[in-house]
Design a protein around this ligand. Structure first.
Ligand code: ATP
Length: 940
C-alpha cells in the first residue's frame, strides 16, 4: 500500500478493517511514521492543520447568540412581553416601551452572568482533557491527548483511556475494556499480529486495534494512531452518546420545584389582585399591569441563574485551591459531605518514598543515614560498593527491586551527573536505592533484558518480571545462583502476599526451606518496621527453566516456588498540612476514614499520627470478606481505618456508609477504584498518580493528590451553599415585602403604593444588581465549625423559611408605614418615598445578611467588593430615577427633599438594626450555653 500524504489523508482514510490486515511495519509506512521514533514535531503540527484537534465536537456548548435568546425564552419574560403588547394595544405606549427596556436590561444582566459561568465551565472542561505519552522526535513526551495526530505512537498502560483509534504495535498482556463501544463487559487481550481474511470483523474482534474512549485495564502496550477526533469509531457514534444540554443539579431541581409552587402562588395572587382591584373600582388596565407585575415579584426569577453562577464560579475558586471539578453538582454536594474516605499513600502521606531499611532474612542494614546526604544520586562511593561485594544477597535484593520495576532513572537535565526517578514513587525509591549502590537501571537492563511480566495489581499486591541473563558475570559472586540458568523471575510485593508464593528463603547466601519459623520471623520483622509507619515491600526470585522463556506465562505461572530474598522499608511520612486538615474536618462534623492497600500496622501508625484512628479498631480486607452487610452497617460508624483493602471492597464500605445516611467523598487512583468513585456522592481522583479511568469516574480531581485539598473544597462547597441560601433569603423576603405592600396598601385606603413599572424596576434591577454581590460572599469564619447539612434537608431548612417570613413581614410593614405616613400627610412624592424605602430596605437587608452571626459592623466592607460595587451602582441608579427629570415620567417619580431621603434611610435602617439585634441575642445565648457547659463540667 502506498504511503498516504498528509495533504490528502483525510479523504483516504483506511477502514478499521484494512488496518487490521496490515503488518505493523506496513501500517507505520502508510502513516509515514517510525515505530521507534514516532513522527517529528513538524510533521505533527502539519498533520494537525489537516485533521484538526483530536476532540469530539461538543454539543453542549451554547453560542453567545443562544445565550441571548435564552434570556428571553423564560415564561416570565414572555408574560412581560405579552403585557407590553397589551399595554401598547390599550394605548399605553409609554408603559410598553418601559417594560421592553427593563426586560432588555434584565436580559443583559442575565447574559453577562451566564457567559461568565459558561467561560468558567469551559476552562474547567479544558483542564479535564487527559494527558497522553507519545513518541515524538525519538523521545517520549507527555502531551494533551487533543494534540494527537495519525501516525503518532502512543504508550499505554493500565488505567489509561485510549486517546485515539490505533493499530496495536506492542502488547504486554494489554487488556482493554471496550464495553462502551461493543457492549462486551470482559476486557479483551490485545495482540500485534495481523488478522487475515476478507470478512468484515465486528469491532470486538479487531484484537489488534484499540479504540478511542475505551480503557486499558491491565498490562501495557503501544499503538500507532490511525484515526483521531470525529474520524474515530467513537466519533462516529458520538452523536448518540454525547451529553447534550446542561446538567441540572439536585439543588436546581429543588429550586425549580420551589419555583413552580411560587408560580402557582403567583397565578392566585394575580387573580385575587385583579378581582379585588376591579371590586374596588380601579381601572382594569392598571389592575392588569399591577397583577402582572406582582406575579413577576413573587417568582424568584433570578434563582436558577444565581445557582449556576454560584456553582460555576465556586468551581473556579476550588481550582485555585487545587480541586478540579469535573461535574458541577459536586460543588453543592461537597457542602454536605459527612465522611471523607481517603487512601493513605500519597493523599495522607507525602509519597516521596525513600528506602531507609534493607532486611535480608533477619540481617538489618539501616541505610537511611548512609543515603541521607546523597539525594539526588551521584555515583556510589567506596563504602556502599564494598557493602555490596561483601553481601551478594544485598546486591540481589537491590537488583531485583530495580529490575522488577517500571520506573526509570533519568539524568536530571538541570544538574549534570545527577539522576532522578520517573514513575511510581514506590518503584522510583527502589531504582534510586539500587543506583546508590552503583546498580544503575540502564546497565541492569542490558545485562538482564525483560522478556515477560505480570504487572502489579492491587488485588494480588505483587508484580513479577522475567529476564534473560545476558551477562552472567553481572551476577555477583555467589554460590546460590546457578550460572547455567539463562532466565530469572523477580517478584516484589506486599510481604504477606509474597510469602504465599514463596517456598524458600535466601539465608546467608544459601537457599533454605521456608518453614513456619521463617514465616513467623519474616512477618515479625515486617510488623516491627510497619509499627514505625514504614512501608514494607518483600522481594523474591527464582531461576526459570529455558522452556518457560518462550511461553506467555500468567502471573500464577510466574509467581510460584519463589525464594524470598528480603524486605525493603520505605519512609513515607504524613503530609505536614494533613493534621490540621483532619482537625478542621473534626470540628466540621466530618469523619475522615483511611482506606488503604497497605499493611494494617503501617496504616494504624500513620492514622494514629494524624488523629484519625478513632476507636482504634482497624479492619482488614480479608476480615471484611467474612462480615455481612448488616454487620458492616454497624461497624462503619465505629471503624475509621481499613487496611489491605482490595479496591472492590471500597464499594462495600461506601454503600454501608450511605445506608447510614452519610454523604461520602471517596478517593481513588486505580482502574478498580472506578466503581467506588462512581458510587460515592463525591468521587475524588488523584491528579498526579491517578489513572485516566479513575479521573473519568470521579466528580473531582485533586491536582496535588492532597487530603487537605478535599477539606478546602468542602469549605468552598459549604460557603457556596451559604451564598445560595443567602440569595434565597434576600430575594424571597424582598418579594414578600413587595407583595404585602401592594396587597395591604389599598386595604388601608391608599392608592397602589407602587406603580407596575416600579415593581418591575425593584424586581428585575434591584434584585438583579444586588444578587450579583450576594452570590460571591467569602466564607464565614465558622463555616467549618458547624455540622454538615443533611442532604435530605430542604433548601429552607435551619430556620431559613422563618427568617424569610419575618424579614419579609418587617420590610413590608416598614414600607407600608412610610407609605401611609407620606400619603396621609399628602406629600406628592409619597410613591417615590415608598420606592426609595424599599430599595434601601433591600440594600440594608443584603448587608445585614452577609453573616448569620458576625455583626455587620465588625465585617470588612471590602471583603465583598462586588456587593459594595452593586450597592453603589444601585444608589446611583435610584438617585437618577429620583433626580433626573426626564425619568420622572417613566418611573412616576418626583424629586425628594433631604428630609424625605433621611426618612427613607432611617426606615431602611430598621431591618439592619433588627437583624443585628437578633444576631447579638443568638450569640449571647451561645456564649451563655458554652459557659454553662463549662460550669457544669467544672462542677462535675
Ligand atoms: P493506598 O491504598 O493508601 O494508596 P497502597 O499504595 O499501599 O496504599 P496499593 O497500591 O493497593 O495500596 O498497594 C497495596 C500493596 O501492594 C502495598 O502496600 C505494597 O505492599 C504493594 N505494592 C504497592 N506498589 C507496588 C508495586 N509497584 N509493586 C509491587 N508491590 C507493590
Amino acid at each position: 500500500m502506498s504511503p498516504i500524504e498528509p495533504r490528502n489523508l483525510s479523504n483516504k482514510f483506511l477502514s478499521v478493517q484494512q488496518w487490521t490486515q496490515l503488518t505493523i511495519a506496513n501500517a507505520a509506512a502508510t502513516l509515514q511514521s517510525n515505530l521507534k521514533n514516532g513522527i517529528s514535531s513538524n510533521q505533527a503540527s502539519e498533520r494537525q492543520k489537516h485533521y484538526g484537534l483530536n476532540t469530539l465536537q461538543e454539543k453542549g456548548n451554547k453560542s453567545p447568540l443562544r445565550v441571548i435568546l435564552d434570556q428571553f425564552a423564560n415564561t416570565l419574560v414572555i408574560v412581560l412581553i405579552i403585557a407590553a403588547v397589551i399595554s401598547a394595544v390599550a394605548g399605553s405606549l409609554k408603559d410598553a416601551i418601559a417594560i421592553v427596556a427593563i426586560v432588555t436590561l434584565n436580559a443583559v444582566l442575565g447574559f453577562i452572568q451566564e457567559i461568565r459561568a459558561e467561560r468558567a465551565i469551559a476552562a474547567l472542561r479544558q483542564l479535564a482533557i487527559p494527558k497522553t505519552r507519545v513518541r515524538r522526535d525519538g523521545i517520549v513526551v507527555e502531551i494533551s491527548s487533543s494534540e494527537l495526530v495519525p501516525g503518532d505512537i502512543v504508550l499505554l498502560e493500565a488505567g489509561n483511556l485510549v486517546p485515539a483509534d490505533g493499530r496495536i504495535i506492542e502488547s504486554a498482556s494489554m487488556r482493554i475494556a471496550e464495553a462502551m463501544l461493543t457492549g462486551e463487559s470482559e476486557p479483551i487481550e490485545k495482540q500485534t499480529e495481523t488478522i487475515p481474511g476478507k470478512n468484515a470483523l465486528a469491532l470486538g474482534d479487531q484484537v489488534n486495534m484499540a479504540f478511542m474512549g475505551t480503557s486499558v485495564t491491565f498490562g501495557r502496550g503501544q499503538i500507532l494512531v490511525t484515526a483521531t477526533g470525529m474520524n474515530t469509531e467513537l466519533g462516529k457514534v458520538a452523536n448518540l452518546i454525547q451529553n447534550v444540554g446542561q446538567v441540572i443539579t439536585p439543588l436546581q431541581h429543588r429550586l425549580n420545584r420551589l419555583g413552580r409552587i411560587l408560580a402557582i402562588a403567583a397565578f392566585c395572587v394575580v387573580a385575587v389582585i385583579f378581582i379585588f382591584g376591579l371590586l374596588f373600582g380601579h381601572d382594569w388596565k392598571l389592575m392588569f399591569m399591577t397583577a402582572v407585575s406582582m406575579a413577576v415579584a413573587v417568582i424568584p426569577e433570578g434563582l436558577p441563574a444565581v445557582v449556576t453562577i454560584a456553582l460555576a464560579l465556586g468551581a473556579q475558586r476550588m481550582l485555585h485551591r487545587n480541586a478540579l471539578i469535573r461535574r458541577l453538582p459536586a460543588v453543592e454536594t461537597l457542602g454536605s459531605v459527612s465522611v471523607i474516605c481517603s487512601d493513605k499513600t500519597g493523599t495522607l502521606t507525602e509519597n516521596r518514598m525513600k528506602v531507609s531499611v534493607l532486611d535480608l532474612a533477619g540481617h538489618r542494614i539501616d541505610i537511611s543515614e548512609e543515603l541521607k546526604h546523597r539525594q539526588p544520586i551521584t555515583i556510589a562511593n567506596k563504602k556502599t560498593s564494598t557493602l555490596i561485594n561483601d553481601e551478594p544477597s544485598l546486591a540481589l535484593l537491590l537488583m531485583s527491586g530495580s529490575l522488577c520495576n517500571d520506573a526509570t532513572l533519568q539524568i536530571d537535565r538541570g544538574r549534570p551527573g545527577h539522576y532522578r526517578a520517573v514513575g511510581d514513587p514506590t518503584e522510583g525509591a527502589l531504582v534510586i536505592a539500587a543506583a546508590h549502590f552503583n546498580l544503575l537501571r540502564d546497565q541492569l537492563d542490558l545485562d538482564f533484558p525483560r522478556i515477560n511480566e505480570a504487572p502489579f495489581d492491587s488485588e494480588r499486591k505483587r508484580m513479577s518480571t522475567m529476564h534473560s541473563i545476558v551477562n552472567p558475570s553481572a551476577w555477583f559472586s555467589t554460590n546460590t545462583l546457578n550460572h547455567n540458568s539463562k532466565f530469572v523471575v523477580f517478584t516484589k510485593g506486599a510481604v504477606d502476599s509474597l510469602l504465599t508464593v514463596c517456598s524458600h528463603v535466601l539465608y546467608e547466601n544459601q537457599v533454605v526451606h521456608l518453614d513456619d519459623a521463617w514465616r513467623n520471623k519474616i512477618t515479625a520483622t515486617n510488623n516491627e518496621l510497619a509499627r514505625d509507619g514504614i512501608r514494607v515491600l518483600g522481594i523474591a526470585y527464582r531461576l526459570a527453566a529455558n522452556e518457560e522463556s518462550d511461553k506467555k506465562l500468567t502471573a500464577t505461572q510466574l509467581e510460584r516456588n519463589l525464594i524470598f530474598i528480603g524486605l525493603v522499608g520505605m519512609l513515607d511520612p504524613p503530609r505536614s498540612e494533613v493534621k490540621q486538615a483532619v482537625a478542621t474536618c473534626q470540628s466540621a462534623g466530618i469523619r475522615p476514614v483511611m482506606i488503604t492497600g497497605d499493611h494494617p500496622v503501617t496504616a494504624r501508625r500513620i492514622a494514629a499520627d494524624l488523629n484519625i484512628l478513632g476507636t482504634g479498631q482497624v479492619i482488614t480486607g480479608p476480615e471484611l470478606l467474612g462480615i455481612s452487610p448488616a454487620q458492616l452497617d454497624k461497624l462503619v460508624n465505629q471503624v475509621s481505618v481499613y487496611a489491605r483493602v482490595a479496591p472492590e471492597q471500597k464499594l462495600r464500605i461506601v454503600e454501608a456508609l450511605q445506608r447510614q445516611g452519610h454523604v461520602v467523598a471517596m478517593t481513588g487512583d486505580g482502574v478498580n477504584d472506578a466503581p467506588a468513585l462512581r458510587r460515592a456522592d463525591i468521587g475524588v481522583a488523584m491528579g498526579i498518580t491517578g489513572t485516566d479511568v479513575a479521573k473519568e469516574a470521579a466528580a473531582m480531581v485533586l491536582v496535588d493528590d492532597n487530603f487537605a485539598t478535599i477539606v478546602a473544597a468542602v469549605e468552598e462547597g459549604r460557603s457556596i451553599n451559604d451564598n445560595i441560601r443567602r440569595f434565597l433569603k434576600f430575594s424571597l423576603a424582598g418579594n414578600l415585602a413587595k407583595l404585602l405592600l401592594v396587597f395591604v396598601g389599598p386595604l388601608l385606603g391608599m392608592p397602589l403604593p407602587l406603580t407596575p413599572f416600579q415593581i418591575l424596576w425593584l424586581n428585575l434591577v434591584t434584585d438583579g444588581v444586588l444578587g450579583l454581590g450576594i452570590g460571591v460572599e467569602p466564607s464565614e469564619p465558622d463555616v467549618m465549625q458547624r455540622k454538615p447539612q443533611k442532604s435530605s434537608e430542604g433548601i429552607l431548612a435551619h430556620g431559613l423559611g422563618i427568617q424569610i417570613i419575618w424579614q419579609g413581614l418587617l420590610m413590608g410593614i416598614v414600607s407600608i408605614a412610610v407609605g401611609w405616613w407620606a400619603f396621609s400627610t399628602k406629600q406628592p412624592q409619597w410613591q417615590t418615598l415608598v420606592l426609595t424605602t424599599v430599595v434601601l430596605l433591600q440594600i440594608f437587608q443584603a448587608h445585614a445578611s452577609r453573616s448569620s452571626q458576625q455583626s455587620v459592623f465588625k465585617q470588612n466592607p471590602f471583603s465583598n467588593k462586588p456587593l459594595l460595587g452593586a450597592t453603589l451602582l444601585l444608589i446611583i441608579l435610584q438617585a437618577a430615577v429620583i433626580y433626573i427629570s426626564p425619568l420622572h415620567n417613566i418611573f412616576a417619580t418626583l424629586s425628594m427633599s433631604a428630609k424625605q431621603v433621611g426618612i427613607s434611610f432611617l426606615a431602611g435602617l430598621v431591618v439592619l438594626i433588627v437583624v443585628e439585634i437578633f444576631k447579638s441575642l443568638i450569640n449571647y445565648r451561645k456564649i451563655k450555653k458554652k459557659s454553662n457547659n463549662f460550669l457544669n463540667a467544672a462542677i462535675e
